[in-house]
Design a protein around this ligand. Structure first.
Ligand code: ACO
Length: 435
Protein backbone atom coordinates (compact mmCIF):
# COMPACT_ATOMS: atom_id res chain seq x y z
CA UNK A 1 0.00 0.00 0.00
CA UNK A 2 1.17 3.47 -0.82
CA UNK A 3 1.75 5.56 2.30
CA UNK A 4 2.54 8.67 0.27
CA UNK A 5 0.20 10.74 -1.83
CA UNK A 6 0.04 13.67 -4.22
CA UNK A 7 -2.79 16.13 -3.98
CA UNK A 8 -3.69 17.53 -7.37
CA UNK A 9 -6.11 20.33 -8.03
CA UNK A 10 -7.75 20.37 -11.44
CA UNK A 11 -7.94 24.10 -12.12
CA UNK A 12 -10.46 23.47 -14.90
CA UNK A 13 -13.06 22.29 -12.37
CA UNK A 14 -11.64 23.28 -8.99
CA UNK A 15 -11.80 19.64 -7.86
CA UNK A 16 -9.01 18.18 -5.75
CA UNK A 17 -7.76 14.59 -6.03
CA UNK A 18 -5.49 12.56 -3.78
CA UNK A 19 -3.36 10.13 -5.75
CA UNK A 20 -1.34 7.34 -4.11
CA UNK A 21 2.43 7.44 -4.77
CA UNK A 22 4.20 4.06 -4.94
CA UNK A 23 7.93 3.82 -5.57
CA UNK A 24 7.95 7.49 -6.56
CA UNK A 25 5.32 6.99 -9.25
CA UNK A 26 1.63 7.70 -9.67
CA UNK A 27 -0.53 5.47 -11.81
CA UNK A 28 -1.43 7.13 -15.09
CA UNK A 29 -4.88 5.50 -14.83
CA UNK A 30 -5.50 7.44 -11.59
CA UNK A 31 -5.55 10.61 -13.70
CA UNK A 32 -8.55 9.35 -15.68
CA UNK A 33 -10.92 10.40 -12.87
CA UNK A 34 -10.03 14.05 -13.57
CA UNK A 35 -12.80 15.07 -15.98
CA UNK A 36 -14.35 18.33 -17.07
CA UNK A 37 -17.76 16.66 -17.42
CA UNK A 38 -19.47 13.27 -17.87
CA UNK A 39 -18.57 13.21 -21.61
CA UNK A 40 -14.89 13.92 -20.99
CA UNK A 41 -12.57 10.91 -21.45
CA UNK A 42 -10.44 11.97 -18.48
CA UNK A 43 -6.88 13.29 -18.15
CA UNK A 44 -3.90 11.45 -19.60
CA UNK A 45 -0.16 12.01 -19.62
CA UNK A 46 1.66 12.95 -22.85
CA UNK A 47 5.14 11.44 -23.02
CA UNK A 48 6.59 11.05 -26.53
CA UNK A 49 9.61 8.71 -26.49
CA UNK A 50 8.80 7.63 -22.89
CA UNK A 51 11.10 10.21 -21.32
CA UNK A 52 9.43 9.92 -17.94
CA UNK A 53 7.16 6.89 -17.97
CA UNK A 54 7.77 3.57 -16.20
CA UNK A 55 6.15 0.88 -18.34
CA UNK A 56 6.70 -2.02 -15.96
CA UNK A 57 7.94 -3.16 -12.57
CA UNK A 58 11.14 -5.13 -13.07
CA UNK A 59 13.58 -6.91 -10.76
CA UNK A 60 16.20 -7.66 -13.42
CA UNK A 61 18.50 -4.71 -14.07
CA UNK A 62 19.15 -1.57 -12.04
CA UNK A 63 20.68 1.57 -13.54
CA UNK A 64 21.48 4.80 -11.74
CA UNK A 65 22.42 7.01 -14.66
CA UNK A 66 23.58 9.94 -12.52
CA UNK A 67 26.00 7.79 -10.52
CA UNK A 68 27.07 5.53 -13.42
CA UNK A 69 25.76 2.34 -11.76
CA UNK A 70 24.65 -0.81 -13.60
CA UNK A 71 23.65 -3.97 -11.72
CA UNK A 72 22.10 -7.24 -12.85
CA UNK A 73 19.89 -8.74 -10.11
CA UNK A 74 21.77 -6.59 -7.60
CA UNK A 75 25.30 -7.56 -8.67
CA UNK A 76 27.54 -4.72 -9.93
CA UNK A 77 28.47 -5.14 -13.60
CA UNK A 78 32.17 -4.71 -12.72
CA UNK A 79 32.10 -7.77 -10.42
CA UNK A 80 30.15 -9.91 -12.88
CA UNK A 81 32.57 -9.01 -15.69
CA UNK A 82 35.53 -9.91 -13.51
CA UNK A 83 34.28 -13.09 -11.83
CA UNK A 84 31.65 -14.74 -14.02
CA UNK A 85 31.20 -16.27 -17.45
CA UNK A 86 28.51 -15.10 -19.85
CA UNK A 87 26.41 -18.25 -19.40
CA UNK A 88 26.54 -17.78 -15.60
CA UNK A 89 25.24 -14.24 -16.10
CA UNK A 90 22.59 -15.51 -18.51
CA UNK A 91 21.35 -17.91 -15.81
CA UNK A 92 21.39 -15.05 -13.30
CA UNK A 93 19.31 -12.78 -15.52
CA UNK A 94 16.77 -15.51 -16.24
CA UNK A 95 16.52 -17.07 -12.76
CA UNK A 96 17.33 -14.21 -10.40
CA UNK A 97 20.26 -15.94 -8.64
CA UNK A 98 23.76 -16.99 -9.65
CA UNK A 99 23.93 -20.74 -10.42
CA UNK A 100 25.62 -23.34 -8.23
CA UNK A 101 28.32 -25.44 -9.93
CA UNK A 102 25.80 -28.25 -10.54
CA UNK A 103 23.22 -25.83 -11.96
CA UNK A 104 25.84 -24.20 -14.18
CA UNK A 105 27.08 -27.56 -15.50
CA UNK A 106 23.61 -28.70 -16.47
CA UNK A 107 22.77 -25.25 -17.92
CA UNK A 108 25.88 -25.32 -20.13
CA UNK A 109 25.03 -28.88 -21.24
CA UNK A 110 21.46 -27.83 -22.01
CA UNK A 111 22.57 -24.84 -24.10
CA UNK A 112 25.14 -26.97 -25.96
CA UNK A 113 22.45 -29.50 -26.79
CA UNK A 114 20.70 -26.85 -28.93
CA UNK A 115 23.52 -25.11 -30.80
CA UNK A 116 22.77 -26.68 -34.20
CA UNK A 117 20.27 -25.06 -36.53
CA UNK A 118 17.99 -27.07 -38.79
CA UNK A 119 19.41 -27.68 -42.27
CA UNK A 120 16.39 -25.97 -43.83
CA UNK A 121 17.23 -22.84 -41.82
CA UNK A 122 20.79 -23.08 -43.15
CA UNK A 123 19.36 -23.30 -46.67
CA UNK A 124 17.15 -20.30 -45.93
CA UNK A 125 20.31 -18.35 -45.07
CA UNK A 126 22.04 -19.31 -48.28
CA UNK A 127 19.26 -17.50 -50.19
CA UNK A 128 20.50 -14.06 -49.13
CA UNK A 129 22.55 -12.03 -51.59
CA UNK A 130 26.32 -12.23 -51.04
CA UNK A 131 26.37 -8.58 -49.90
CA UNK A 132 23.32 -8.68 -47.61
CA UNK A 133 23.90 -6.82 -44.33
CA UNK A 134 24.56 -9.39 -41.57
CA UNK A 135 22.07 -7.73 -39.24
CA UNK A 136 19.33 -8.05 -41.87
CA UNK A 137 20.17 -11.74 -42.30
CA UNK A 138 20.26 -12.21 -38.53
CA UNK A 139 16.86 -10.59 -37.94
CA UNK A 140 15.17 -12.54 -40.73
CA UNK A 141 16.71 -15.88 -39.77
CA UNK A 142 15.77 -15.55 -36.10
CA UNK A 143 12.19 -14.81 -37.19
CA UNK A 144 12.30 -17.82 -39.55
CA UNK A 145 13.06 -20.14 -36.59
CA UNK A 146 9.46 -19.63 -35.58
CA UNK A 147 8.51 -21.84 -38.55
CA UNK A 148 10.80 -24.64 -37.34
CA UNK A 149 9.30 -24.77 -33.83
CA UNK A 150 5.54 -24.20 -34.28
CA UNK A 151 4.88 -25.11 -30.62
CA UNK A 152 6.64 -21.86 -29.66
CA UNK A 153 3.36 -19.97 -29.99
CA UNK A 154 2.14 -21.49 -26.69
CA UNK A 155 3.84 -18.73 -24.74
CA UNK A 156 1.74 -19.22 -21.61
CA UNK A 157 3.14 -22.73 -21.11
CA UNK A 158 6.20 -22.40 -18.83
CA UNK A 159 7.83 -25.61 -20.15
CA UNK A 160 7.58 -24.41 -23.76
CA UNK A 161 8.82 -20.96 -22.80
CA UNK A 162 11.84 -22.50 -21.12
CA UNK A 163 12.54 -24.70 -24.17
CA UNK A 164 12.45 -21.76 -26.59
CA UNK A 165 14.60 -19.60 -24.30
CA UNK A 166 17.33 -22.26 -24.31
CA UNK A 167 17.02 -22.77 -28.06
CA UNK A 168 17.36 -19.07 -28.76
CA UNK A 169 20.38 -18.56 -26.48
CA UNK A 170 22.05 -21.62 -28.05
CA UNK A 171 21.27 -20.77 -31.67
CA UNK A 172 21.90 -17.03 -31.96
CA UNK A 173 25.72 -17.45 -32.08
CA UNK A 174 25.31 -20.10 -34.79
CA UNK A 175 23.05 -17.86 -36.86
CA UNK A 176 25.37 -14.88 -36.32
CA UNK A 177 28.42 -16.89 -37.41
CA UNK A 178 26.61 -18.21 -40.51
CA UNK A 179 25.63 -14.63 -41.46
CA UNK A 180 29.30 -13.66 -41.17
CA UNK A 181 30.57 -16.60 -43.25
CA UNK A 182 27.84 -16.05 -45.83
CA UNK A 183 29.06 -12.50 -46.44
CA UNK A 184 32.60 -13.78 -46.99
CA UNK A 185 31.49 -16.66 -49.19
CA UNK A 186 32.98 -19.23 -46.79
CA UNK A 187 31.30 -22.55 -45.94
CA UNK A 188 29.37 -22.50 -42.69
CA UNK A 189 31.11 -24.19 -39.72
CA UNK A 190 29.01 -26.44 -37.49
CA UNK A 191 29.11 -25.88 -33.72
CA UNK A 192 31.78 -27.70 -31.71
CA UNK A 193 30.22 -28.59 -28.37
CA UNK A 194 33.56 -29.42 -26.78
CA UNK A 195 34.25 -25.68 -26.72
CA UNK A 196 32.89 -23.03 -24.38
CA UNK A 197 30.16 -20.61 -25.58
CA UNK A 198 32.58 -17.85 -26.75
CA UNK A 199 35.19 -20.33 -28.04
CA UNK A 200 32.60 -22.16 -30.09
CA UNK A 201 31.41 -18.84 -31.53
CA UNK A 202 34.98 -18.00 -32.58
CA UNK A 203 35.26 -21.50 -34.02
CA UNK A 204 32.15 -21.03 -36.15
CA UNK A 205 33.44 -17.66 -37.33
CA UNK A 206 37.04 -18.39 -38.10
CA UNK A 207 37.77 -22.09 -38.49
CA UNK A 208 39.14 -22.79 -41.96
CA UNK A 209 40.74 -26.12 -42.93
CA UNK A 210 42.16 -27.08 -39.52
CA UNK A 211 40.47 -30.17 -38.02
CA UNK A 212 40.02 -28.55 -34.59
CA UNK A 213 39.77 -24.83 -33.85
CA UNK A 214 41.66 -23.53 -30.89
CA UNK A 215 40.58 -20.05 -29.80
CA UNK A 216 43.03 -17.56 -28.33
CA UNK A 217 42.05 -17.59 -24.61
CA UNK A 218 42.50 -13.82 -24.23
CA UNK A 219 40.20 -13.10 -27.17
CA UNK A 220 37.65 -15.69 -26.00
CA UNK A 221 37.58 -14.14 -22.52
CA UNK A 222 37.37 -10.61 -23.97
CA UNK A 223 34.37 -11.67 -26.05
CA UNK A 224 32.78 -13.28 -22.99
CA UNK A 225 33.23 -10.03 -21.04
CA UNK A 226 31.73 -8.01 -23.91
CA UNK A 227 28.79 -10.42 -23.91
CA UNK A 228 28.30 -9.89 -20.15
CA UNK A 229 28.36 -6.10 -20.56
CA UNK A 230 25.77 -6.23 -23.34
CA UNK A 231 23.43 -8.81 -21.80
CA UNK A 232 20.74 -6.47 -20.48
CA UNK A 233 20.08 -2.79 -20.02
CA UNK A 234 16.55 -2.54 -18.59
CA UNK A 235 13.90 -0.69 -20.63
CA UNK A 236 15.90 0.50 -23.65
CA UNK A 237 14.41 0.81 -27.15
CA UNK A 238 14.85 -2.85 -28.21
CA UNK A 239 13.77 -4.29 -24.84
CA UNK A 240 10.68 -2.14 -24.97
CA UNK A 241 9.98 -3.60 -28.42
CA UNK A 242 10.48 -7.14 -27.05
CA UNK A 243 7.97 -6.49 -24.28
CA UNK A 244 5.55 -4.69 -26.60
CA UNK A 245 5.55 -7.37 -29.33
CA UNK A 246 5.56 -10.15 -26.71
CA UNK A 247 2.58 -8.55 -24.97
CA UNK A 248 0.38 -9.62 -27.88
CA UNK A 249 1.51 -13.21 -27.10
CA UNK A 250 3.51 -13.35 -30.33
CA UNK A 251 6.06 -16.16 -30.18
CA UNK A 252 9.57 -15.49 -28.81
CA UNK A 253 11.34 -15.91 -32.18
CA UNK A 254 9.43 -13.15 -33.95
CA UNK A 255 9.56 -11.05 -30.78
CA UNK A 256 13.37 -11.37 -30.59
CA UNK A 257 13.57 -10.59 -34.32
CA UNK A 258 11.53 -7.41 -33.73
CA UNK A 259 13.75 -6.43 -30.81
CA UNK A 260 16.85 -7.06 -32.96
CA UNK A 261 15.34 -4.81 -35.65
CA UNK A 262 15.04 -2.04 -33.07
CA UNK A 263 18.64 -2.67 -32.03
CA UNK A 264 19.87 -2.28 -35.61
CA UNK A 265 19.15 1.47 -35.76
CA UNK A 266 22.13 3.86 -35.62
CA UNK A 267 20.81 5.57 -32.47
CA UNK A 268 20.78 2.24 -30.61
CA UNK A 269 22.97 -0.85 -31.22
CA UNK A 270 23.84 0.28 -34.73
CA UNK A 271 25.94 3.07 -33.19
CA UNK A 272 29.02 0.82 -32.83
CA UNK A 273 29.18 0.43 -36.60
CA UNK A 274 28.70 4.18 -37.03
CA UNK A 275 31.56 4.93 -34.60
CA UNK A 276 34.01 3.13 -36.89
CA UNK A 277 32.65 4.93 -39.95
CA UNK A 278 33.05 8.22 -38.07
CA UNK A 279 36.67 7.40 -37.09
CA UNK A 280 37.35 6.51 -40.75
CA UNK A 281 35.88 9.84 -41.83
CA UNK A 282 38.01 11.74 -39.30
CA UNK A 283 41.04 9.89 -40.64
CA UNK A 284 43.75 11.22 -38.31
CA UNK A 285 44.27 12.80 -34.90
CA UNK A 286 44.95 16.22 -36.51
CA UNK A 287 41.40 16.28 -37.91
CA UNK A 288 39.65 15.60 -34.59
CA UNK A 289 39.26 19.24 -33.51
CA UNK A 290 37.69 20.23 -36.85
CA UNK A 291 35.30 17.26 -36.64
CA UNK A 292 34.20 18.19 -33.12
CA UNK A 293 33.62 21.79 -34.26
CA UNK A 294 31.50 20.50 -37.15
CA UNK A 295 29.33 18.49 -34.73
CA UNK A 296 29.00 21.50 -32.42
CA UNK A 297 27.79 23.62 -35.30
CA UNK A 298 24.91 21.18 -35.76
CA UNK A 299 26.33 18.88 -38.45
CA UNK A 300 25.86 15.31 -37.26
CA UNK A 301 26.54 13.73 -33.89
CA UNK A 302 29.53 12.18 -32.21
CA UNK A 303 28.53 8.55 -32.55
CA UNK A 304 29.19 6.54 -29.39
CA UNK A 305 28.58 9.62 -27.25
CA UNK A 306 25.55 10.42 -25.11
CA UNK A 307 22.96 8.23 -23.49
CA UNK A 308 19.33 8.61 -22.49
CA UNK A 309 20.03 7.33 -18.98
CA UNK A 310 23.75 7.78 -18.20
CA UNK A 311 24.48 11.43 -17.59
CA UNK A 312 27.75 10.84 -15.72
CA UNK A 313 29.56 8.01 -17.46
CA UNK A 314 28.63 4.63 -18.87
CA UNK A 315 30.20 2.03 -16.52
CA UNK A 316 30.37 -0.44 -19.41
CA UNK A 317 32.60 1.93 -21.41
CA UNK A 318 35.18 1.87 -18.59
CA UNK A 319 35.34 -1.96 -18.54
CA UNK A 320 35.49 -2.06 -22.33
CA UNK A 321 38.48 0.29 -22.33
CA UNK A 322 40.27 -2.10 -19.97
CA UNK A 323 39.29 -5.11 -22.11
CA UNK A 324 40.57 -3.30 -25.22
CA UNK A 325 44.05 -3.15 -23.72
CA UNK A 326 44.01 -6.96 -23.17
CA UNK A 327 42.88 -7.55 -26.75
CA UNK A 328 45.51 -5.20 -28.21
CA UNK A 329 48.24 -7.19 -26.41
CA UNK A 330 47.26 -10.05 -28.72
CA UNK A 331 46.18 -8.27 -31.89
CA UNK A 332 48.35 -5.17 -31.79
CA UNK A 333 46.90 -1.69 -31.27
CA UNK A 334 44.08 -0.67 -33.56
CA UNK A 335 45.32 2.57 -35.22
CA UNK A 336 41.79 3.98 -34.76
CA UNK A 337 42.38 3.96 -31.00
CA UNK A 338 44.57 7.09 -31.16
CA UNK A 339 41.81 8.98 -32.98
CA UNK A 340 39.21 7.70 -30.50
CA UNK A 341 41.32 8.74 -27.48
CA UNK A 342 41.91 12.20 -28.96
CA UNK A 343 38.21 12.55 -29.70
CA UNK A 344 37.27 11.49 -26.18
CA UNK A 345 39.78 13.92 -24.63
CA UNK A 346 38.63 16.92 -26.67
CA UNK A 347 34.94 16.12 -26.20
CA UNK A 348 35.23 15.57 -22.44
CA UNK A 349 36.84 18.99 -22.03
CA UNK A 350 34.58 20.86 -24.43
CA UNK A 351 31.83 22.99 -22.91
CA UNK A 352 29.26 21.79 -25.49
CA UNK A 353 29.61 18.16 -24.40
CA UNK A 354 30.15 18.90 -20.69
CA UNK A 355 27.01 21.05 -20.52
CA UNK A 356 24.91 18.36 -22.20
CA UNK A 357 26.48 15.59 -20.09
CA UNK A 358 27.63 13.67 -23.17
CA UNK A 359 30.11 10.89 -22.35
CA UNK A 360 31.39 7.88 -24.31
CA UNK A 361 28.85 5.06 -24.18
CA UNK A 362 29.28 1.29 -24.54
CA UNK A 363 29.49 1.56 -28.32
CA UNK A 364 32.40 3.98 -28.42
CA UNK A 365 35.11 1.40 -27.70
CA UNK A 366 33.40 -1.91 -28.48
CA UNK A 367 33.76 -1.36 -32.25
CA UNK A 368 37.48 -0.69 -31.92
CA UNK A 369 37.93 -4.01 -30.09
CA UNK A 370 35.80 -5.90 -32.58
CA UNK A 371 37.75 -4.44 -35.47
CA UNK A 372 41.07 -5.37 -33.83
CA UNK A 373 39.73 -8.91 -33.44
CA UNK A 374 39.12 -9.03 -37.19
CA UNK A 375 35.44 -8.12 -37.58
CA UNK A 376 34.05 -5.91 -40.30
CA UNK A 377 31.94 -3.02 -38.86
CA UNK A 378 28.81 -4.50 -40.45
CA UNK A 379 29.04 -7.38 -37.93
CA UNK A 380 29.22 -5.20 -34.82
CA UNK A 381 25.51 -4.95 -34.13
CA UNK A 382 25.08 -8.70 -34.60
CA UNK A 383 27.76 -9.14 -31.92
CA UNK A 384 25.61 -6.96 -29.68
CA UNK A 385 22.42 -8.91 -30.48
CA UNK A 386 23.85 -12.28 -29.34
CA UNK A 387 24.14 -11.44 -25.63
CA UNK A 388 21.20 -9.03 -25.63
CA UNK A 389 18.99 -11.95 -26.65
CA UNK A 390 19.35 -13.14 -23.04
CA UNK A 391 18.19 -9.79 -21.68
CA UNK A 392 15.26 -9.66 -24.10
CA UNK A 393 14.19 -13.16 -23.04
CA UNK A 394 14.53 -12.45 -19.31
CA UNK A 395 12.42 -9.30 -19.73
CA UNK A 396 9.89 -11.16 -21.90
CA UNK A 397 9.54 -13.90 -19.31
CA UNK A 398 9.08 -11.36 -16.52
CA UNK A 399 6.45 -9.55 -18.61
CA UNK A 400 4.48 -12.76 -19.31
CA UNK A 401 4.49 -13.68 -15.63
CA UNK A 402 3.44 -10.22 -14.46
CA UNK A 403 -0.31 -10.25 -13.71
CA UNK A 404 -0.47 -6.47 -14.18
CA UNK A 405 0.72 -6.60 -17.80
CA UNK A 406 -1.69 -6.64 -20.73
CA UNK A 407 -1.32 -6.08 -24.44
CA UNK A 408 0.76 -2.92 -24.87
CA UNK A 409 -1.34 -0.16 -26.32
CA UNK A 410 -0.50 3.52 -25.81
CA UNK A 411 -2.97 6.36 -26.19
CA UNK A 412 -2.54 9.32 -28.52
CA UNK A 413 -3.42 12.99 -28.62
CA UNK A 414 -5.33 13.26 -31.88
CA UNK A 415 -4.33 16.36 -33.87
CA UNK A 416 -6.10 15.67 -37.18
CA UNK A 417 -9.34 16.92 -38.73
CA UNK A 418 -12.70 16.78 -37.07
CA UNK A 419 -15.31 14.70 -38.97
CA UNK A 420 -15.67 15.88 -42.60
CA UNK A 421 -17.43 14.75 -45.76
CA UNK A 422 -15.76 12.88 -48.67
CA UNK A 423 -15.48 15.26 -51.68
CA UNK A 424 -16.36 13.57 -55.03
CA UNK A 425 -13.22 12.51 -56.95
CA UNK A 426 -13.66 15.03 -59.77
CA UNK A 427 -13.93 17.97 -57.36
CA UNK A 428 -10.81 17.31 -55.26
CA UNK A 429 -7.91 19.79 -55.29
CA UNK A 430 -4.38 18.33 -55.69
CA UNK A 431 -2.19 18.23 -52.58
CA UNK A 432 0.21 20.87 -53.98
CA UNK A 433 -2.56 23.44 -54.22
CA UNK A 434 -3.62 22.80 -50.64
CA UNK A 435 -0.10 23.52 -49.29
N1 ACO B 1 26.79 14.22 -30.38
C1 ACO B 1 26.48 15.54 -30.35
N2 ACO B 1 25.43 16.05 -29.69
C2 ACO B 1 24.63 15.19 -29.04
C3 ACO B 1 24.88 13.80 -29.02
C4 ACO B 1 26.00 13.32 -29.71
N3 ACO B 1 26.31 12.02 -29.74
N4 ACO B 1 23.92 13.18 -28.30
C5 ACO B 1 23.10 14.14 -27.88
N5 ACO B 1 23.52 15.36 -28.32
C6 ACO B 1 22.93 16.65 -28.01
C7 ACO B 1 21.59 16.82 -28.68
O1 ACO B 1 21.71 17.39 -29.97
C8 ACO B 1 20.88 17.72 -27.70
O2 ACO B 1 21.41 19.02 -27.85
P1 ACO B 1 20.44 20.33 -27.68
O3 ACO B 1 19.98 20.28 -26.25
O4 ACO B 1 21.31 21.48 -28.02
O5 ACO B 1 19.31 20.13 -28.65
C9 ACO B 1 21.37 17.23 -26.34
O6 ACO B 1 22.67 16.67 -26.60
C10 ACO B 1 20.47 16.19 -25.68
O7 ACO B 1 20.33 15.10 -26.60
P2 ACO B 1 19.01 14.26 -26.79
O8 ACO B 1 18.93 13.88 -28.24
O9 ACO B 1 17.85 14.95 -26.16
O10 ACO B 1 19.34 12.98 -25.92
P3 ACO B 1 18.54 11.62 -25.96
O11 ACO B 1 18.55 11.12 -24.57
O12 ACO B 1 17.21 11.77 -26.61
O13 ACO B 1 19.42 10.71 -26.93
C11 ACO B 1 21.09 9.24 -27.71
C12 ACO B 1 20.31 9.75 -26.48
C13 ACO B 1 20.08 8.75 -28.78
C14 ACO B 1 21.94 8.06 -27.29
C15 ACO B 1 21.94 10.39 -28.30
O14 ACO B 1 22.87 10.81 -27.31
C16 ACO B 1 22.68 9.97 -29.56
O15 ACO B 1 22.10 10.05 -30.65
N6 ACO B 1 23.97 9.53 -29.46
C17 ACO B 1 24.72 9.06 -30.62
C18 ACO B 1 24.27 7.65 -31.00
C19 ACO B 1 24.76 6.60 -30.01
O16 ACO B 1 25.92 6.58 -29.63
N7 ACO B 1 23.83 5.69 -29.63
C20 ACO B 1 24.16 4.58 -28.75
C21 ACO B 1 23.48 4.72 -27.43
S1 ACO B 1 23.95 3.41 -26.36
C22 ACO B 1 23.03 2.11 -26.90
O17 ACO B 1 21.95 2.21 -27.42
C23 ACO B 1 23.61 0.84 -26.79
Amino acid sequence: MADQTFTITDNRTGQTFTLPVTDGTIRAMDLRQMKTGPEDFGAMTYDPAFLNTASCRSAITFIDGDRGILRYRGYPIEELAEKCSFLEVAWLLLHGELPTQAELDSWIAEVKHHTMIHETTKKFLTGFRYNAHPMTMFISTVAALSSVYPECKHVLDPAIRRQEIVRLIAKVPTIAAYCYRHQLGFPYVYPDNELSYPENFLNMLWRMAEPKYSANPVLARALDILFILHADHEQNCSTNVMRCVGSSQADPYVSVAAAAAALSGPLHGGANEEVLRMLDEIGSVENVRAYVDKVKSGHGKLMGFGHRVYKNYDPRARIIKWTAEQVFEVTGRNPKLEIALALEKIALEDEYFVKRKLYPNVDFYSGIIYQAMGFDPAMFTVLFAIPRTVGWLAQWQEMIQDPEQKISRPRQVYTGYDARKVVPLAERAPLTMKA
